[in-house]
Ligand binder design. Structure first.
Ligand SMILES: Cc1ncc(COP(=O)(O)O)c(C=O)c1O
Length: 433
């Protein structure tokens, strides 16, 4: 019996040892799988999962929709703000920066090593500068010199090159948008020349240009290895509209489970209001879409009366700056391709004073620190609530936060000079108790 017992014991021991090794082996493979999930070779597609996104670009969009408690309670409506200031580049413009660059790369108008060029009063440029490196591109920005200084400081810190120009009418060849368009052509010419010279033997090159490459390099506007320029053209490029039609609109629809009655936003390029309104209207024609328009902008007239402006007010005819508002990035006196895609039921006018008061009210009541266009959008949300009455769900866009607006919108002396010092204790500036 003893040998039998011995054999049984050995067998039990063997089975136990085998199970232990199998368990160890499978644990080892499990750990290895978890730790070395990425293949060694470079993946064809960016890796992302449900729990993590791919790089900075993967963190753009899907922003929270937040109930603005003070405004909701005061109006009896659900007033919801899409917190676009939580995008990595700090504004709603991250969405269009990605879309503009991706479409340009897909169409071959831009290649890695190229420079994306924009004439922007700030936010779009900051977003382009933020995402361009993720695509192997650089960013050059032409900006009016009356825009808050912190915007160009951020751009330079992000590695973009910045050109500040004096503000002139869009019809002037030196308007910042026109300068930006010109710079893109110059970058393309430079890249072409560089390609041609690098294919020509050195001796011939000296004969044709009379310059040696090192001397030429000193005169280059863009880096020597620049593969070309692409003018982002946020006003006319419909990639802007598509970013909101494919992103912002569907997110709002999903986050409200389709239970919203109205959408309202101001327009700069018109991309946000156009993309979101077009998508929401396609989902449900009952959703009312509105524009809130700052002083100096012709869009209110366009939406409510079908005319953009009187002849005297047309851009290029007015002597003073047509954007007579302290709200940055919104208001315009021309019809852009993007705005023309909007599907609107009406428009409201908002004043600078209302935007300033709204920003301070939201800071005090909700702890929400908003930029000027977002504050104007919240004025719009209250106007819509007043027009529709209690019981409605209204969505607006919180484009960016107040940090980029310290030198003007949040500066007491600046506001005092303009007679815009905030003084409201509640929402009396909008006729609410
Ligand atoms: C801060 C800010 N808010 C709002 C807007 C307006 O958005 P859109 O251009 O989509 O009309 C802009 C546009 O430049 C902006 O910079």
């Amino acid at each position: 019996m003893a040998p039998v017992n011995c054999t049984n014991g050995a067998m039990v021991g063997c089975v136990a040892a085998l199970s232990l090794s199998l368990a160890t082996l499978s644990y080892f493979f499990y750990i290895q799988q978890r730790t070395f999930k990425h293949p060694k070779s470079k993946p064809q597609k960016p890796i992302c999962s449900k729990t993590y996104g791919s790089g900075i670009v993967g963190a753009i969009g899907n922003t929270p929709l937040i109930r603005i408690n003070s405004l909701s309670d005061a109006t009896g409506c659900e007033i919801l703000g899409k917190a676009e200031f939580l995008n990595p580049g700090g504004s709603v413009k991250d969405r269009i920066a990605v879309k503009i660059i991706e479409e340009a790369l897909a169409s071959g108008q831009l290649a890695p090593g190229g420079v994306v060029i924009e004439g922007s009063a700030g936010s779009t440029a900051i977003s382009l500068a933020t995402v361009a490196p993720a695509y192997g591109c650089k960013c050059h920005v032409v900006i009016p010199d009356d825009v808050a200084i912190e915007k160009s400081q951020i751009l330079e810190a992000l590695g973009a090159t910045v050109e500040r120009v004096r503000p002139v009418s869009i019809t002037h060849r030196d308007h910042f948008v026109n300068v930006a368009r010109r710079r893109a052509s110059e970058a393309n010419e430079q890249a072409l020349k560089h390609r041609e010279t690098s294919q020509t033997p050195n001796k011939d090159r000296e004969q044709t240009t009379g310059e040696i490459p090192e001397e030429q390099e000193k005169n280059l506007k863009f880096s020597r290895d620049c593969t070309g320029g692409f003018f982002a053209d946020q006003f006319e490029n419909l990639a802007n509209f598509r970013a909101h039609y494919e992103g912002t609109g569907p997110e709002i629809w999903e986050q409200t489970e389709g239970k919203l009655h109205a959408f309202v936003a101001a327009a700069g390029t018109g991309g946000t209001v156009a993309g979101a309104s077009q998508f929401l209207k396609e989902k449900s024609a009952n959703i009312k879409c509105f524009l809130i328009d700052p002083p100096g902008s012709g869009l209110f007239n366009r939406v409510t009366k079908g005319v953009m402006y009187s002849k005297e007010e047309a851009e290029g005819k007015r002597l003073r700056n047509p954007f007579d508002t302290i709200t940055e990035g919104i208001g315009i006196n021309r019809l852009t391709q993007n705005f023309m895609m909007a599907r609107l039921d009406g428009a409201f006018r908002g004043t600078d004073k209302e935007a300033v008061e709204m920003s301070r009210y939201l800071l005090k009541k909700d702890g929400i620190f908003l930029g000027s266009s977002s504050a104007m959008n919240c004025v719009g949300a209250v106007r819509v609530a007043q027009a529709l009455g209690p019981g409605h769900t209204i969505v607006t866009i919180l484009c960016d936060n107040g940090m980029r607006h310290l030198s003007r919108f949040y500066k007491a002396e600046y506001l005092s000079q303009l007679g815009l010092t905030p003084s409201a204790t509640a929402l009396e500036f909008l006729g609410l108790p």
